[in-house]
Write a protein that binds this ligand. Structure first.
Ligand code: UN1
Length: 490
C-alpha cells in the first residue's frame, strides 16, 4: 500500500518512497511518496492559484464544506482511528478521541463561516463610516507533530480554510498514512484543487523549503522547542507571521485537602495517557507534604497494574512510544535522573511486550530536586516526577519557574485556594480538580514562556493567526474632510 502527496487536487508519487511502521509491532503500515523541494514549489504554486478563487467563495459556503468534512469524518471515524493507532501507537479509545476532536473542530469552524466577525465603531467625522473586517492571510504552511496526527492539524486546517486561505500541510513523517487518509476526506467533501495540499517527507529539506518560500505568508507549527526555534529564525528573516506551539512541563498541584481518589485517577490519566506523549501531559506532581505519602502509595499501586501493549486491543491502557529514538531518549533521561539522585518508585525500564515494539514502563520518580533534569526538561514519555512542597505559595512558585507554561492543574476543595491558584498560576491552561489534559476546542489553546510565541490555537482565537485585519473608511461627505486630528480647534 502506498500513500501519495496531494498537490493541486492530484495524488502524486515521488521518485523515492519512505516507510511508516507500527510502533507496537514494528510492522510496515505503508510506503509513502517522498516529496522533494520541487513538490513544495508546485504545491505553493497551486495554493497561490487557488487562493484567487477560494478567497471569493462566500465564507458561509466555505463553512458548509467544512460541515461536509465533519460528516464524512463521522462516517469514517472507526477506519481512521484504527489507521491512526497503527501509524503512531496510541490506544484505540484515544485514537477515536483524536478523530473526534477534528469532527468537533470541523463543525465549530464551519459555524465561523457565518460569523468571522469584524466590527464597526463610531467615527469622529460627519458623513463617514468605519469598519474592520477580516481578510484571509493568503497561503499558509502548516507543520504538525505525530502525537495528535488528526486533532492538532485540524486546529490549523479548519480555521485556515474557513477564513479563505489556501494550505500546504507538512505532517510529521512518523504519521503519514493517517495524514493522507485525512486529506482524502477533504477531497471527498469537494474542497477544490489547490486549496489544500499535502507534502510528506522525512528530514528537513521539504519543511525548510516551505518555511522559506516567499509566497507563504503564515506558518503554524506544533512540535519540539528546538525545531520551533529554528523555524522562528528562518521565519523572522523572511518577515512571516508565525504561530508556535512547543514544549510543556505541566504540573498537577495537590493540596492536603484534595480528594485523593480523584487525584490518583486524574494523575494516572494525565501522566500516562497517550504514553505521556501529549504536550499537555502531566510530568510533575507538586504535592503538599501532609498528603504526599498516601498519594505516592496509591499511584505506585495503580501504575504497576497498567496494561501495556498494542493499542488496537481495547484492554490495553498504555501503547508504545513513537519510535526507537524516543524510547532511548526517555530511558537516558531516566538514567540521568537516577544519577542526579532521584529515586524511581516504579518503572524506569524499557518494557518487553512479546519482544516487539517500543514500550516504556510507566515511571514514577520521588525526591526530584529543584533545577534537576527531571524537574526541568520535557521528556515526552511516561515519566512523572514527584516534588514535595510545604504550601500553596511554594507549589505555585515551583510551577511557575518552569521554562514552559502550557497546562497546570490544582486539586483542592478550598475555594479560596482554587481562586488564588487561578490568579497566580502562569500557564495558558489552568484546571481545577481535573488533570492537565483535556482542553476543549472552543477555547483558546496555547502557552506562555517557552511553550509558545503569544498566539493561540482553537476557539475564535485561532482566527487571529489566519486572518489579517483590514480597516475600511468610507467618506460620503463629497468634500475634503482631512484627518480628524487636523480639524480640532482646541
Ligand atoms: C497535544 O498534546 O498536542 O488537551 C494536544 C488535550 C487534547 C489535545 C492535546 N485535547 O489533552
Amino acid at each position: 500500500m502506498e500513500f501519495k502527496n496531494y498537490i493541486n487536487g492530484k495524488w502524486v508519487s515521488g521518485r523515492k518512497t519512505f516507510q511508516t511502521i507500527n510502533p507496537a509491532n514494528e510492522e510496515l503500515v505503508a510506503d509513502i511518496a517522498h516529496a522533494e523541494v520541487t513538490d513544495v514549489d508546485s504545491a505553493v504554486d497551486a495554493a497561490k492559484k487557488a487562493f484567487d478563487s477560494w478567497r471569493l467563495v462566500p465564507a458561509p459556503i466555505r463553512g458548509e464544506m467544512l460541515f461536509k468534512v465533519g460528516d464524512i469524518l463521522k462516517q469514517k471515524k472507526e477506519e481512521l482511528s484504527q489507521l491512526l493507532t497503527r501509524d503512531m501507537g496510541k490506544v484505540i479509545a484515544e485514537a477515536r478521541g483524536d478523530v473526534q476532536e477534528a469532527i468537533d473542530m470541523a463543525y465549530f469552524m464551519g459555524g465561523e463561516g457565518r460569523r468571522l466577525l469584524g466590527y464597526t465603531a463610531p467615527v469622529e467625522m460627519m458623513n463617514k463610516f468605519g469598519m474592520a473586517v477580516r481578510d484571509p492571510s493568503g497561503i499558509v504552511g502548516l507543520i504538525t507533530p505525530w502525537n495528535f496526527p488528526i486533532a492538532v492539524p485540524s486546529w490549523k486546517i479548519f480555521p485556515a480554510l474557513v477564513a479563505g486561505n489556501t494550505i500546504i500541510w507538512k505532517p510529521s513523517p512518523e504519521t503519514p498514512a493517517v495524514s493522507a487518509a485525512f486529506v482524502e476526506v477533504f477531497e471527498l467533501a469537494g474542497v477544490p484543487p489547490g486549496v489544500f495540499n499535502l507534502i510528506m517527507a522525512p528530514g528537513a529539506d521539504a519543511g525548510k523549503a516551505l518555511v522559506e518560500h516567499p509566497d507563504v505568508r503564515v506558518l503554524s507549527f506544533t512540535g519540539s522547542t528546538s525545531t520551533g526555534r529554528s523555524i522562528a529564525e528562518l521565519a523572522g528573516k523572511h518577515n512571516k507571521k508565525l504561530s508556535l506551539e512547543m514544549g510543556g512541563k505541566n504540573a498537577i498541584i495537590v493540596m492536603d485537602d484534595a480528594n485523593i481518589e480523584l487525584v490518583t485517577d486524574a494523575t494516572l490519566w494525565a501522566a500516562f495517557g497517550t504514553t505521556g506523549q501529549r504536550c499537555t501531559a502531566a510530568s510533575r506532581l507538586i504535592v503538599q507534604k501532609g498528603i504526599a505519602n498516601k498519594v505516592k502509595e496509591l499511584l505506585v499501586e495503580r501504575t504497576k497494574k497498567l496494561k501495556l501493549g498494542d493499542g488496537l486491543d481495547p484492554q490495553i491502557e498504555i501503547g508504545p512510544v513513537i519510535n526507537k529514538v524516543a524510547l532511548d531518549r526517555i530511558h537516558s533521561y531516566v538514567q540521568l535522573g537516577q544519577k542526579e539522585g532521584a529515586r524511581a518508585l516504579t518503572g524506569a525500564a524499557i518494557a518487553d511486550v512479546d519482544g516487539k515494539g517500543f514500550f516504556y514502563a510507566p515511571t514514577l520518580f520521588d525526591g526530584v530536586k529543584p533545577g534537576s533534569t527531571l524537574e526541568a526538561e520535557e521528556i515526552f514519555g511516561p515519566v512523572l516526577s514527584i516534588i514535595e512542597v510545604e504550601s500553596l505559595e511554594e507549589a505555585i512558585e515551583v510551577n511557575n519557574r518552569s521554562k514552559y507554561g502550557l497546562s497546570t492543574s490544582i486539586f483542592t476543595q478550598d475555594v479560596n485556594r482554587a481562586f488564588t491558584a487561578m490568579r497566580d498560576i502562569f500557564t495558558g491552561l489552568v484546571y481545577i480538580n481535573h488533570g492537565t489534559t483535556g482542553a476543549e476546542i472552543q477555547f483558546p489553546f496555547g502557552g506562555v514562556r517557552g511553550t509558545g510565541n503569544g498566539h493561540r490555537e482553537a476557539g475564535q482565537a485561532a482566527l487571529e493567526v489566519f486572518t489579517e485585519w483590514k480597516s475600511i473608511y468610507v467618506d460620503y461627505s463629497g468634500k475634503l474632510q482631512r484627518a480628524q486630528i487636523d480639524n480640532r480647534e482646541e
